[in-house]
Ligand binder design. Structure first.
Ligand code: ZN
Length: 351
């Protein structure tokens, strides 16, 4: 069992996500009545996960925190010790693995091959974290005109120190009026108003420009049926969760059409819901080098009675059950195709 180690070195002591959320004043946040992806008002109550209420659009499957955290809550969260520990991990790992990004689900070099623009193209990475993808494009792919936007000041520091990149803290500070490629990697799910940011990106795109979006997908069985144990619902960080249809609807409302779409298949049927009687799923930020997987299984009352300890992975018995679950997911995929996705990769251009 992967025991949770004590905080060491530059990592700050931080509450778990459930502990952080217990202090949120959810009641005072404003409720939304419309889907930010497709504008439908057919909104269903979905689930309450670690204090955050999520609703789901009946038309496009978009899932969003409702009420939505305020800007002040989000600013607090993104400047918290919980969040900064990921940035510390990134900086430490970059020393050994130069283009490491803790949030990347696919190899960044593979994603770089999606960009077919010429080498003089102006590229903007919106929400670029420490700028790993930009540095990779510049250093290994020959794109000289790269720029990044990042709200987190710690990430901007890392970008400066590790890659010599000066990031813009907001849209007003960008150096150019228009970009040939805009990247939104693992960013859109963090936005309280994805509609506004896609509108900004559409405005900043050159006439033949492309918008490259990657984000988790909630079109799969664990995300729909067992959300309390699905790793994508990490509010207040993930507050806007997409399906293929939701992403397509949002982009099309801003004059953008998806030209290339790939998905990572979902590999589980029940996922870690198997652990539900014994553990609640929580998250704790990195506590040391190599601690990039932030899941934290916290024993339930039954788990505590069985003397289970908080751990990064549930125990060996559940490990065996998880193997069976993965096998079942593979069998379902063979029978029904790749209908259920865990992650989306979309390249869009003007319709
Ligand atoms: Zn919708």
């Amino acid at each position: 069992m992967g025991a949770v180690t004590e905080t060491a070195g530059p990592y700050a002591t931080a509450p778990t996500l459930a502990e952080f959320n217990a202090g949120l004043g959810v009641e005072s946040w404003a409720a939304r009545t419309r889907c930010a992806a497709c504008t439908s008002t057919a909104i269903d109550r979905f689930s309450r996960i670690r204090q955050i209420h999520y609703d789901r659009c009946a038309e496009c499957g978009f899932v969003f925190a409702n009420p939505m955290p305020t800007d002040a809550v989000l600013a607090d969260f993104y400047n918290s010790a919980f969040y900064n520990n990921y940035r510390v991990l990134e900086e430490q790992t970059i020393a050994a693995e130069p283009y490491f990004s803790v949030s990347a689900y696919r190899d960044l070099r593979e994603l770089a091959t999606w960009i077919e623009a010429d080498r003089a193209a102006a590229i903007l990475d919106y929400g670029c974290g420490p700028g790993s993808f930009l540095a990779l494009l510049r250093d290994e792919f020959g794109f000289a005109n790269v720029e990044g936007l990042e709200l987190n000041l710690h990430s901007a520091e890392v970008a400066r120190r590790c890659y010599g990149l000066e990031l813009a803290p907001d849209v007003g500070a960008l150096h150019q009026q228009s970009y040939d490629v805009i990247v939104l990697f693992e960013t859109i799910e963090h936005l309280s108003d994805p509609d506004e940011v896609v509108a900004t990106c559409a405005r900043l795109l050159s006439p033949c420009g492309v918008l490259f979006v990657t984000t988790p997908s909630v079109r799969n069985i664990p995300a729909r049926r067992f959300p309390s144990h699905c790793v994508h619902y990490t509010g207040p960080s993930h507050v806007s969760l997409f399906t293929e249809q939701a992403l397509e609807r949002l982009l099309s409302r801003h004059g953008l059409r998806i030209r290339r779409l790939e998905t990572d298949a979902n590999t589980e049927v029940l996922g870690s819901y198997l652990a539900r009687p014994f553990y609640d799923l929580d998250f704790s930020s990195p506590r040391g080098a190599g601690d990039a997987d932030d899941r934290l299984y916290r024993p339930t009352a039954l788990g505590r009675a069985l003397k289970l300890q908080p751990a990064r992975t549930p125990g060996p018995l559940l490990g065996q059950a998880a193997k069976l679950d993965t096998f079942a997911a593979k069998a379902l995929r063979k029978l029904f195709g790749r209908a259920y996705s865990d992650h989306l990769y979309a390249m869009a251009g003007r319709a």
